[in-house]
Design a protein around this ligand. Structure first.
Ligand code: NAD
Length: 438
């Protein structure tokens, strides 16, 4: 992410965000969380008393952050931090800066983090936070002051054994460095383990920046293999070309897949022969967009979702594949790079049509796996080589894929329900062993 004033005077300057797209207007992602949880519970039939705590967050906090803007005026920002569950360990989840951030969105994202950490079997619960703002419209100074004030407001709620933030939409390693510094200054000692996704120079992990994309590469490869296909030559359309989408595109292209379409908030491009991803990455760096990339066909974001491809990889925001467009999806399989890109209604439509959906809580878990590695390395004070990180990520992702695929077979359910079953079983086991405190 680049921090700059969106005065439109520089080439390629535009807000990275489009607020209130029709697909998201009346959609509460937390409703999807509960519906998805109910589906897993209907199969698993756990003790209702053990399940009840998983239907609401353990803690949800709203803060107001006053920030001195560059023009001298004070502006109030609303921020949130939700700790969904910490039965298996401290909370873990990103910080999102986006105009549409709400408490309900943070609740949904925090719940998905709890399930995700359980699916990949890392010792964390789930959390999420964010600030309703458009970071592309803030100067670097404003962004720093906002970050420091937001972190000061939630200071008592975070920490390496309490709740560990990380980057999400609209935040970056730069922002994580300010999080680490603010927390450390208030504590009076250096505490790198309070946040992950930091720059390497501050205790970040090798391989963290591309980890979600690399996890997606592994998931797409395993998904195709499980369907008797190989990655090389398969066609892939990717919605969103930020951290997740662009790294997934680069790694999938490098592994021989044909990335035929990509999009960002400004539009989409298509070439059935496969896009030249290294050139596209250079073009995006220069212009700040993917639209109008030479020798490609411009398509709309909606058209991208409907392309006839082997794999559709939504990697932008939640609520993109809905009941309204699910019947037009022509991909053989959907692999969720974003969190919650498929609504519960759309899931049903895709299920009826025999299009498998590899769920977010498995597919995009590479980021939190390497965030876990970063936290371990920070606490250990000893850092691993990049090949070491990649190898450990590979092991974790393949084990999680196998756990979910075998659960799907055992219970004859779709992959999302299977992933929820794996997560719920592990969280309920931890809760039951801990018992009820007071
Ligand atoms: P990012 O801010 O780096 O990129 C978001 C991308 O989506 C940008 O290219 C933006 O232009 C595009 N976009 C926004 N609205 C769009 C729209 N309506 N149509 C098409 N494109 C649109 O964010 P990111 O870190 O890449 O995260 C993307 C998704 O992946 C989010 O759902 C996030 O929660 C999830 N995720 C991120 C990580 C991580 O490590 N960064 C890990 C797991 C999951």
């Amino acid at each position: 992410m680049q921090h700059r004033k969106s005065d439109g005077s520089r080439r390629g300057l535009r807000s990275t965000f489009k607020s209130g797209t029709p697909a998201r207007a009346h959609h509460n992602p937390f409703d999807d969380v509960l519906e998805q949880l109910d589906r897993a519970a209907a199969v698993l039939q756990p003790d209702p008393d053990a399940l009840a705590p998983l239907r609401s967050p353990r803690r949800q906090v709203i803060v107001s952050a006053p920030v001195k803007m560059d023009d001298g005026h004070l502006r109030m920002f609303e921020g949130y931090r939700v700790l969904y569950d910490n039965a298996r360990g401290p909370g873990k989840g990103g910080i999102r800066y986006h105009p549409n951030v709400t408490l309900d969105e943070c609740k949904a994202l925090a719940a998905w983090m709890a399930w995700k950490c359980a699916v990949v079997d890392v010792p964390f619960g789930g959390a999420k936070g964010g600030v309703a703002c458009d970071p592309a419209a803030l100067s670097e100074g404003e962004l720093e002051r906002l970050t420091r004030r937001y972190i000061s407001e939630i200071f008592d709620l975070i920490g390496p054994s309490v709740d560990i933030p990380a980057p999400d939409v609209g935040t970056s390693p730069r922002v994580m460095a300010w999080v680490m510094d603010t927390f450390s200054m208030k504590k009076g000692y250096v505490e790198p383990g309070v946040v992950t996704g930091k720059p390497i120079a501050l205790g970040g992990s090798s391989g963290r920046l591309e980890a979600t994309g690399r996890g997606l590469l592994i998931t797409v490869r395993e998904t195709l293999r499980s369907r008797g296909r190989e990655l090389p030559g398969s066609s892939i359309a990717i919605q969103g070309f930020g951290n997740v989408g662009s790294n997934a595109a680069r790694l999938l292209d490098g592994a021989g897949a044909r990335v035929v379409a990509v999009s960002d908030v400004g539009g989409a491009i298509y070439d059935p022969r496969g896009l030249d991803i290294p050139r596209l990455l250079a073009y995006q760096k220069e212009t700040g967009r993917v639209g109008q990339f030479p020798d490609t066909q411009p398509v709309s974001n909606e058209q991208l979702l409907r392309l006839p491809v082997d794999v559709l990889l939504p990697a932008a925001l939640e609520g993109q594949i809905t009941a309204a467009n699910a019947s037009d999806i022509q991909a053989s399989v959907v692999v969720e790079g974003a969190n919650g890109p498929t609504t519960a209604d759309a899931d049903e439509v895709l299920g009826r049509r025999g299009i498998p959906v590899v769920p977010d809580i498995l597919a995009n878990a590479g980021g939190v796996v390497v965030s876990y590695f970063e936290w371990v390395q920070d606490r250990y004070g000893y850092f691993w080589s990049e090949p070491d990180v990649h190898a450990r990520l590979e092991d974790k992702m393949v084990a999680a894929f196998e756990a979910v695929a075998s659960t799907a077979k055992r219970f004859a359910v779709d992959l999302r329900t299977a992933a929820y079953i794996v997560a719920v079983e592990r969280i309920v086991e931890a809760r039951t062993l801990r018992g009820l405190y007071a």
